[in-house]
Design a protein around this ligand. Structure first.
Ligand code: NDP
Ligand code: 2IT
Length: 449
C-alpha cells in the first residue's frame, strides 16, 4: 500500500524533526504508528482532530537536578525527569528508573508505551515514566537513601494520588520506593497512596513484586493455548535476574516449564538441567538479598555455566522471555532463536526487541507478545494497589492473583480481537490498535485540549 507507507513516512519525518536524536522514542512510536495507520487513515474524525500528532506529544516533561552528598562528603548532581505523557484515561501512572543509561529519549519511549499498556489493563490510568541517570549499584545504603530523599524533594509537588502515581522500574525496587514514600509523607504531612510497590505493612499490595513476571507467563500461556499449544514441558530462555525475570522464572517453573537461562549485565548463566526450586531461592537471595552478580550462581552449582558478556539467545529454547532492558534482542539474536526452532517470544521488559527482530519474527509467523500486553501485569497490580489504598482495605494474595489473571486474559482477548488475521494473531498489531483506540476515543470526546 504505497499511500499507507507515504503517510507513515510523512508522519515519522515530522516526529523525527521535532524530537532529534531521540532514537528510542522514534522506535517506539514508529512501531505503534505502523500498526494503527491502516485503521487511522479511514477515520476522518481522528485525522482532523490530529489524534496521532497529539498523542505523540507529551503533556509535559518535568526536568530537575538532584543534588546529594556521598558518604565521603563529596557533592553529586544527577539529572531527573518525570514525563507526564497523557492522562486521558486516568491519573498519570508509570515507574521510575534509576540507571546510568536513562535519558529523556528513554523515558519518553517508556512513557509513550505506558499510555497504551495502561489502556489495555482496563483500569483508569494515564501514562507516565520518570527516573534519573543515578546508578544505585555502587552506592551505599545511606547514599541511596539521601538520593531518593533529594529526588522526592524535587518531585513531590508534581505528583499526588489523583495526579500522578510513580512506581518502580529498573534500579527502583521496594527499598527505593520506601525511601521515596517516607520523604513524600514527611514533606506533605499526609499519608496518601501516591506511590505503588510499597511494603505490605504500609499500603503495598500482595503480589505486586511478582505481578509483572507472573503476568508475562500467564499471557504467554494464553497465547500458546489460543494456538493449540501449551507451556508444560517447554524450554524457556529468560534474560535478566531482577524482579521481572525472577518471578517469570518462578511462574514458569510452577507451570512445569524448564527454565534454561537467566542473566545480568555481566553475562548469562546456562542451566543445562533446567532451574530447580532450590536454585531459584538461591538466586533470589543472591539478587534481592545480597545484590550479587549472576556469575556467583554458576560458582555455586555444577552444571550451571556462566558466559561472560554474552546474551542468552543462542541457547536452544522453545520460548524466549526477554526480561532485562530495551533492545537486548537484535536481528542476529532473532535469527539464532529461529534457527533453534523458537515458537513464542513473550516480553517481560519494555521494547526488548530491536525493530529488525520484531519484523523478522512477524515475517516468520512466530507468536510474539509485545511488552505493553505481556508485561502489563505489573502496572495492573499497581492499579489494584491504588484501589486498595483508596478503599483503606487490603486484599489477600489469592484475590489479587485472581484479578491479575483475569486482567491478563482480557488483554489477550483484546489482542486477538484487533490482531487476528486468518487464524493467526499478530499480537504487536493487536495490542497497539486496542490500546490506541481507547485513548483516541477519549481524546476525541474531550475536544481540543
Ligand atoms: P531490575 O532492576 O529489578 O532488574 C533489571 C535486570 O536487567 C537486572 O538483571 C539487570 O542486570 C538487567 N539489566 C538492566 N539493564 C541492563 C543492560 N543495559 N544490559 C544488560 N542487562 C541489564 O528491573 P526490573 O526487573 O524491574 O525491570 C526489567 C525490565 O522489565 C525493564 O525493561 C522494565 O522497564 C520492565 N518492566 C518492569 C516492571 C516492574 O514492575 N518492575 C513492569 C513492566 C516492565 P544488572 O543488575 O547487572 O544491571
Ligand atoms: O513498565 C512498567 O509498567 C512499570 N515499570 C510498572 C509501572 C507501575 O506504575 O507499576
Amino acid at each position: 500500500m504505497p499511500g499507507l507507507q507515504r503517510e507513515l513516512d510523512h508522519f515519522m519525518d515530522g516526529l523525527r524533526k521535532r524530537n532529534p536524536y531521540q532514537t528510542e522514542f522514534h522506535q517506539a512510536v514508529e512501531e505503534v504508528a505502523a500498526s494503527v495507520m491502516p485503521w487511522y487513515l479511514q477515520r476522518d474524525d481522528y485525522r482532523s482532530a490530529q489524534i496521532l500528532e497529539r498523542l505523540t506529544e507529551p503533556d509535559r516533561i518535568i526536568a530537575f537536578r538532584v543534588s546529594w552528598e556521598t558518604d565521603g562528603g563529596d557533592i553529586r548532581a544527577n539529572r531527573a525527569w518525570r514525563v507526564q505523557f497523557n492522562h486521558a484515561l486516568g491519573p498519570y501512572k508509570g515507574g521510575l528508573r534509576f540507571h546510568p543509561t536513562v535519558t529523556d529519549s528513554v523515558l519518553k519511549f517508556l512513557a509513550f508505551e505506558q499510555i497504551l499498556k495502561n489502556s489495555l489493563t482496563g483500569l483508569p490510568m494515564g501514562g507516565a515514566k520518570g527516573g534519573s541517570n543515578f546508578n544505585p549499584k555502587d552506592k551505599s545504603e545511606r547514599e541511596v537513601m539521601r538520593f531518593c530523599q533529594s529526588l522526592m524533594t524535587g518531585l513531590h509537588r508534581y505528583i499526588g494520588e489523583d495526579v500522578d502515581i510513580p512506581a518502580g522500574d529498573i534500579g527502583v525496587g521496594s527499598r527505593e520506593i520506601s525511601y521515596l514514600f517516607g520523604q513524600y509523607i514527611r514533606l506533605q504531612n499526609r499519608w496518601a497512596g501516591v506511590l505503588t510497590g510499597k511494603g505490605s505493612s504500609f499500603g503495598g499490595s500482595a503480589v505486586r513484586t511478582e505481578a509483572t513476571g507472573y503476568g508475562c507467563v500467564y499471557f504467554c500461556e494464553q497465547m500458546l493455548n489460543h494456538h493449540g499449544e501449551g507451556l508444560e514441558g517447554r524450554t524457556v530462555a529468560i534474560s535478566g535476574s531482577g524482579d521481572v525475570a525472577l518471578y517469570a522464572a518462578e511462574k514458569a517453573l510452577q507451570k512445569g516449564a524448564r527454565v534454561l537461562t537467566l542473566s545480568d549485565s555481566g553475562g548469562f548463566v546456562h542451566i543445562r538441567d533446567g532451574l530447580d526450586g532450590n536454585q531459584l531461592e538461591f538466586v533470589k537471595e543472591l539478587k534481592e538479598g545480597r545484590r550479587g552478580r549472576i556469575s556467583e550462581f554458576a560458582d555455586r552449582y555444577a552444571g550451571v555455566e556462566f558466559h561472560r558478556n554474552a546474551r542468552p539467545w543462542a541457547v536452544g529454547c522453545e520460548i524466549a522471555m526477554p526480561c532485562a532492558t530495551q533492545n537486548e534482542l537484535d536481528l542476529e539474536d532473532a535469527k539464532s532463536l529461529l534457527g533453534n526452532g523458537v515458537m513464542a517470544v513473550s516480553e517481560g521488559a519494555n521494547m526488548p526487541l530491536t525493530a529488525g527482530a520484531v519484523h523478522l519474527l512477524a515475517a516468520r509467523g512466530v507468536l510474539h507478545a509485545p511488552g505493553k500486553a505481556s508485561n502489563a501485569g505489573g502496572v495492573a497490580v499497581s492499579g489494584l494497589e491504588q484501589s486498595q489504598n483508596s478503599m483503606r482495605i487490603s486484599w489477600s494474595r489469592e484475590e489479587v492473583d485472581g484479578r491479575l489473571q483475569t486482567i491478563m486474559s482480557e488483554i489477550h482477548r483484546q489482542c486477538v480481537r484487533h490482531g487476528e488475521r486468518k487464524g493467526r494473531v499478530n499480537y504487536v498489531d493487536g495490542a497497539n490498535i486496542a490500546g490506541f483506540k481507547k485513548v483516541a476515543d477519549a481524546m476525541l470526546a474531550y475536544g481540543v485540549v
